[in-house]
Design a protein around this ligand. Sequence first.
Ligand SMILES: C[S@@+](CC[C@H](N)C(=O)[O-])C[C@H]1O[C@@H](n2cnc3c(N)ncnc32)[C@H](O)[C@@H]1O
Length: 330
Amino acid sequence: MLNNTNTYLQSAKSTKNDEFYTPFEEIEKELINYQDQFSDKIVLCNCDNPHESDFCRFFIYNFNRFNLKKLICTSYSKSKLTKSNTQVDDKGYALQVDKIEEEKLSNTTYKEFIKSLKVKRLKGNGDFASEECVAFLTEADIVVTNPPFSLFRQFISLLFFHRKKFLVIGNMNAITYKEIFPYVQNNKAWLGYHNGDMAFKVPVDSEPRKTRFWIDETGQKWRSLGNAMWFTNLDVAYRHRFMELHEKYSPDKHPRFDYYDAINVSRVADIPMDYEGVMAVPLTILNKYNPDQFEIVGEANHGSDNPYDLFKPTINGKEIFKRILIKKRL
Ligand SMILES: C[S@@+](CC[C@H](N)C(=O)[O-])C[C@H]1O[C@@H](n2cnc3c(N)ncnc32)[C@H](O)[C@@H]1O
């Protein structure tokens, strides 16, 4: 229940941050790494308007190449990438397809093709947690989408509750949330291949910004994030590769923290090969990390966020950016 102006403002802000739409190229670049894992699978894109989502478009165009069994895309009634008059009331949409005729697809526009697939209206608003959308989730093998950032915790919890495979976009800060971190620590989820800078389409009514905002030649507004991530429990190659370490431990290069017995490692490339204790490394370790080589012992953020947040990372009184705490497996 929203009870004051501040909360209304915060809520409006977080909902605005939910309206980042993923372009086809970003999806393709990541998804091609997992092609084999999609064979004969039912894919659900559950925050995706079939008329406008490039996740849906990607799987339609790659349905046969990926040998999918079925694709389901459901959308939330309030999606607002375009002023599209497809959003006529408060009901969501569902597209379900188990066969794509390549010839038909290549001889028509995408818009016409989607029309021919007879997208249905849902009974409700298409909330991913609603009963009818959870029924789709139960049917699915793999969930692939960019969910609303403000609901990331709930979204991931729902996927784990239903024991689903997933490949979803989030903000890397979410890694240290108490609802997410235990999955990372216990090797139940990890990062995909492309993380960091990512560009997203934003709605027509998005306010211009000084940085990380532009309008392309078609009039489409864009924003980029520097800390986006693909979050997944599909297998990724780097988890099976040993990281080569070239540095030796040096107290100057790897200073100790004020209130915790751990050393700071400013760059992943500086991880010492000969240190047996706890090392505090940047979050970017997570797309290089091999669970047979290192264990994750916790995080260092504020020292109080959750049971895994072991200390506030300060060195000689100066606070540094949050860290993941790792230890070599002996
Ligand atoms: C970050 S955008 C991404 C949209 C699309 N997946 C893409 O990547 O282009 C998240 C979308 O989820 C929608 N959404 C918000 N709350 C939702 C909910 N409870 N259930 C399903 N979708 C929701 C938003 O309206 C928005 O369209």
